[in-house]
Write a protein that binds this ligand. Structure first.
Ligand SMILES: CC(C)(COP(=O)(O)OP(=O)(O)OC[C@H]1O[C@@H](n2cnc3c(N)ncnc32)[C@H](O)[C@@H]1OP(=O)(O)O)[C@@H](O)C(=O)NCCC(=O)NCCS
Length: 184
């Protein structure tokens, strides 16, 4: 298993991983119509392509790729190593504003449903931790749907601690989320 930085050519794979994973793993959390409407691979591919092309200095995608060069999972990190950024108009700029210097946000971690439970998620997380440590980052934060029991088990098994419960909104619907932290 190779973990590497995502490139523009990965946009279609990232879109498939996101849509397949949401439809399989969040069907008990988000209603079927919303999932059907929001998880359209073509639309997500465009978004990923835009993000990868713009190569924002505070955000990074890593992908897990097997020996056959198939991309099976990805992780998205936002990192804050200084206070140099003040573009609160963008989603990333706004998110970074609320973060401490020396911290990172694990914004997404997804593994294709049929590839879960084989160590790919842990490999992505370990890689992300080591990437962060090398940048002088000491804390990684994450939010997880409270109802996502499987995701929560993964995070807790892999060293996260629960530091709070928060109300959030996804696709205009309220949800309860756990706030998690790794000290690295
Ligand atoms: C959560 C997710 C990224 C984990 O990736 P994965 O490749 O399936 O997990 P791994 O195989 O690397 O598991 C690593 C460890 O966590 C444990 N773990 C993973 N999922 C678990 C679960 N549902 N219940 C209990 N333990 C679990 C594994 O047993 C393993 O520990 P072990 O080696 O001691 O047995 C993946 O399952 C996924 O994409 N889930 C759907 C999306 C999601 O919930 N993402 C997180 C959103 S915050």
């Amino acid at each position: 298993m190779l973990i590497r930085k995502a490139e523009l050519k990965d946009a279609a794979d990232l879109a498939k991983i996101k849509c397949d994973t949401w439809k399989a793993s969040y069907k008990h959390i988000i209603d079927a119509d919303t999932l059907q409407k929001e998880m359209q691979i073509a639309a997500h591919e465009k978004k990923f392509a835009n993000q990868l092309e713009s190569s924002d200095k505070n955000s990074v995608y890593f992908v897990a790729e097997n020996e056959r060069n198939e991309v099976l999972g990805y992780i998205l990190l936002l990192t804050k190593t200084d206070n140099s950024r003040d573009d609160e108009g963008s989603f990333i700029g706004k998110t970074l504003k609320s973060m401490q210097v020396g911290s990172a946000l694990l914004s997404a971690i997804y593994v294709l449903p049929q590839e879960q439970g084989k160590g790919i998620g842990r490999a992505l997380l370990d890689y992300a931790k080591s990437f962060c440590r090398n940048k002088g980052i000491t804390e990684i934060f994450c939010e997880c749907f409270a109802e996502n029991q499987s995701g929560m088990k993964f995070h807790l098994k892999n060293g996260a601690e629960i530091i709070g419960v928060e109300k959030g909104e996804t696709f205009d619907k309220p949800y309860d989320g756990y706030k998690l932290k790794w000290e690295i």
